[in-house]
Write a new protein. Structure first.
Ligand code: AMP
Ligand code: GLY
Length: 416
């Protein structure tokens, strides 16, 4: 089987690395790390005609999308119309991520437990709603409805922060057009985890739980990022809880997709929060998560390519085999991230252990030197018999990588 993986981040590096152990893989556009694994082609992830031409020329059997933006724009639809098997939903299903207003409405009509919310296209009405929620004793979270690369969510401590968030998202448009509509929802509180479910029309198969660290700073301080680290498995999420997530969130989602006539073949990423001990759905994404994917790929033993292919062609999904080992991923980011960040800093990489993998994200090669070229630069993923052993190995490997201004969290997988 020949697979084309689309994308250029550490998530795609991890997908390529895993899939290449099971199949023949090419990537577009890739990055310097992915180029060390497989052949890469300089076609952008949103250049759908260019990608289809490449897939024809290379006679690929399966197309796997990494990022969400080309899915929201209909990339998978175009590939399907051209006769390819594609892992990734069409633009209609991708609205589960492309529009938070749509996805909240979807959750409510499917009876999925989620925070109470309202959607707004007018700032003044939104501010009045936030005032009422605070007066009634709730906290609020203000979310840009459109796609804002995981950063369009502001958790507000008081009404002043909420008013400021509404002003900045809707009026100042700090997230661009993604902020034309906003969702305001009640603030929930509790442990969070990510569940990935491979969906093949009416079949669904969840992968093991991974946990993600969203805030930039150690101890969960500072603004949200795309994700600063992850680990898997998470023993604190019991089989009973998982069963409840499957029954109350995943199964109703598959039923609702079917009821609405929304074909879905790809990964559904459910962000879950245990509010008052019960699972609530915070969000859906229509792609694999970054950096959860890095930890999950390191734990797979086999069957991944076959599972993605089955989902892409609407067949029952065969089981993916996971090892009992744990994996921990620490993200290395540029100075300034998630705000304005530096680029072009030379990266030095020393020797790392056999159980360690460096997945590239924002890197490029200039004059023969590997340099930084993005906010999240690299993911350091290590495996071990326990989460503690994997954590130790990951941080040991972190100390083998250097670039000016490198920042990372020192508490990934620490207090679990
Ligand atoms: P989202 O992109 O919707 O998952 O939001 C990003 C992050 O914001 C989540 O991972 C949570 O940490 C936080 N968040 C989102 N919605 C809520 C909520 N209703 N209550 C508390 N925190 C939230
Ligand atoms: N790690 C969270 C995300 O990929 O959105």
């Amino acid at each position: 089987m020949k697979i084309l993986v689309i994308g250029s981040g550490a998530r795609e590096h991890a997908l390529v690395w895993r899939l290449a152990q099971e199949a023949d893989v090419i990537c577009a556009p890739g990055n310097p790390g992915i180029e060390d694994e497989v052949e890469c082609f300089a076609v952008a992830a949103v250049d759908t005609p260019g990608l289809i031409a490449l897939a024809r020329e290379q006679a690929v059997d399966l197309v796997v999308y990494g990022p969400e933006d080309p899915l929201i724009l209909g990339g998978a639809d175009a590939f399907r119309a051209a006769g390819f098997a594609v892992f990734g939903p069409g633009s209609a299903g991708a609205q589960l991520e492309g529009s938070k207003a749509f996805s909240k409405e979807f959750m409510v009509s499917a009876g999925i437990p989620t925070a109470t919310h309202e959607s707004f296209v007018d700032a003044q009405t939104a501010i009045e709603y936030a005032r009422i929620r605070f007066a009634d004793g709730y906290g609020v979270v203000v979310k840009a409805s459109g796609n804002a690369l995981g950063k369009g969510v502001i958790v507000c401590e008081d009404i002043f922060e909420a008013e400021d968030a509404i002003q900045r998202i809707m009026v100042d448009r700090i997230f661009g057009d993604a902020g034309a509509e906003i969702v305001i929802e009640d603030r929930l509180d509790g442990r969070e985890f990510s569940l990935f479910t491979l969906i093949s029309d009416n079949y669904a198969a969840s992968l093991p739980i991974a946990r993600d660290y969203k805030r930039i700073g150690t101890g969960d301080s500072g603004p949200n990022t795309g994700g600063m680290g992850s680990f898997s498995p998470d023993a604190s999420i019991t089989p009973d809880l998982l069963h409840e997530v499957e029954e109350r969130i995943i199964r109703p989602t598959v039923v609702e997709l079917h009821r609405r006539g929304l074909p879905y073949r790809g990964n559904l990423f459910t962000g879950v929060m245990l509010h008052k001990g019960r699972p609530h759905c915070l969000e859906f994404n229509v792609r694999f998560g970054d950096p959860e994917t890095q930890s999950l790929m390191a734990r797979i033993r086999g069957g991944f390519a076959a599972a993605l292919y089955a989902a892409a062609v609407g067949e029952a999904i065969p089981p993916v085999e996971f090892s009992d080992d744990a994996a921990v991923t620490v993200v290395l980011a540029s100075a300034g991230y998630p705000g304005e960040y530096t680029r072009g800093k030379r990266i030095e990489v020393g020797p790392v252990g056999e159980n360690v993998k460096l997945f590239h994200a924002g890197t490029t090669v200039v004059d023969g030197w590997l340099v930084t070229n993005g906010g999240r630069v690299m993911s350091v993923t290590a495996t071990g018999e326990t989460v503690e052993a994997a954590r130790f190995a990951a941080y040991q490997a972190v100390s083998s990588v250097r670039f000016e201004g490198m920042q990372y969290r020192s508490d990934i997988a620490e207090s679990i």
